[in-house]
Design a protein around this ligand. Structure first.
Ligand code: CA
Length: 419
């Protein structure tokens, strides 16, 4: 299904007409507003809505806003309607109303290179899970030994913790190396200073579009319908701060500095062709989590590290199909207590690692706790991130002659503040 925007038909383009992700952009200091991506262009949805070419179905405009929340809150019928309208407007043989309107094209189509991308959603709450079994196993072997590497609850419950929404940032945001309390294993007392073991975590983020009700658990199938789409997510992690603080309530400041997400929300509809079954259940799940439907996805995921002024080194390549629990299962579990989910809630999948070392999603694993430094293509090694390093995640689903891409999820580490 070709588009009249020729760049969208190119081999390996992240944003063909089958994708149509949603984001928020601005240009030249103008107010941020909602958009989609097509080929190498950003398409201004506020302009299309203003011209009457796109109708989300609500009473008020939803796209002239600095986040997608108003659109997401309209629900699945509105999401499908807008996707159909955009598909018609952008296909070669579809609705010519945009293609034939030169003035509107000049206003609404912006080369990606000229667009500044913003955080696509107002993040309501951020919860991070731990749903890739190989990652949980690797961490368990390092900290507890191979005998009881996997926590006893792992095959029964999607483990998670409540994170911080306030430090979720969009790809491209630089941040300072965190400061915190640190205690060397052989020291009697802790000290305060810059993190020495800063890491990334390769994850997917699921974005909740429609809310659930206070006191009302949702089923896995209902949870799936609530999910608007997915982003790439890097859960920056201060391993040394984490090691000292985590007993007994889990991660706190070690995970609070920053969480980076990619700017384009790839919709559940665009990913529909890439659904796959869950990995085999090693123990039967309780009925509220048991879900025979294929709600996992085959998404190729890649991490790379670029030192300041040098070329990037690919660190690993893995796949979201390794996750033991789907985002729908995580969401159903999250609501099982009666905890309401809100429009704009963000669920991190947990670090995604596969069975092979080349498929591991953190430096903690790749350098095996810092004991086996990872060689870089440009010389030198990394056990953990250094100042000036840029870490980039990429993801895509490979279809027959097209791919559904997520773009990049990048962040650069700046030196810590002086203590
Ligand atoms: Ca994480």
């Amino acid at each position: 299904m070709p588009s009249w925007i020729e760049s969208a038909n190119a081999d390996k383009c992240d944003f063909p007409i089958q994708n149509l992700p949603f984001g928020v952009f601005s240009k030249g200091g103008e107010a941020p507003r909602c958009c989609t991506a097509i080929g190498d262009q950003v398409l201004d949805l506020a302009a299309l809505e203003g011209a009457g070419l796109v109708k989300a179905g609500g009473e008020a405009p939803v796209f002239n806003k600095p986040e997608l929340n108003a659109f997401m809150a309209l629900g699945t019928a509105a999401w499908s309607a807008v996707r159909e309208q955009l598909t018609a407007l952008l296909s070669k043989d579809g609705n010519p109303a945009l293609k034939d309107d030169f003035t509107l094209c000049v206003v609404a189509l912006v080369p990606m290179a000229e667009a500044e991308m913003h955080l696509p959603i107002a993040v309501a709450d951020y919860t991070d899970f731990y749903s890739a079994k190989q990652h949980a196993f690797n961490v368990g072997v390092m900290f507890r030994g191979p005998e009881n590497a996997l926590p006893a609850n792992y095959l029964h419950i999607p483990i998670g913790y409540n994170g911080r929404a306030s430090s979720v940032v969009v790809s491209g945001t630089e941040f300072r190396r965190p400061l915190g309390q640190l205690k060397a294993p052989d020291a009697d007392t802790p000290h305060f200073g810059p993190c020495q073991r800063l890491d990334f975590e390769l994850e997917m983020g699921a974005i909740v579009g429609t809310p659930s009700t206070f006191g009302q658990p949702v089923t896995v199938a209902e949870a799936d319908e609530m999910i608007f789409g997915y982003v790439l997510l890097n859960d920056w992690s201060a391993r040394d701060i984490q090691a000292w603080e985590y007993v007994p309530l889990g991660p706190f400041q070690a995970k609070a500095t920053a969480t980076t997400i990619s700017p384009w929300v790839v919709t559940r509809a665009a990913l529909g062709a890439f659904r796959t079954d869950a990995p085999p259940r090693e123990k039967p799940l309780l009925p509220y989590l048991d879900d025979p439907a294929p709600r996992h996805y085959r998404i190729t995921l890649e991490s790379s590290l670029q030192p300041d002024g040098a070329a990037p080194t690919k660190l690993s390549e893995t796949n979201s199909s390794y996750l033991y629990y789907s985002a729908a299962q995580q969401l159903a579990h999250h609501s099982s207590s009666g905890c309401p989910m809100r429009t704009g809630d963000l669920l991190g999948s947990g670090t995604i690692s596969g069975p092979d070392k080349s498929e591991w999603g953190s430096l903690l694993e790749l350098s095996w706790g810092g004991n086996e430094p990872v060689p870089l293509a440009t010389g030198g090694t990394r056990s953990f991130l250094e100042d000036g390093d840029t870490l980039t995640l990429r993801g895509w689903c490979q279809g027959d002659g097209y791919r559904i891409g997520f773009g990049a999820c990048s962040g650069k580490v700046l030196p810590a503040l002086k203590v």
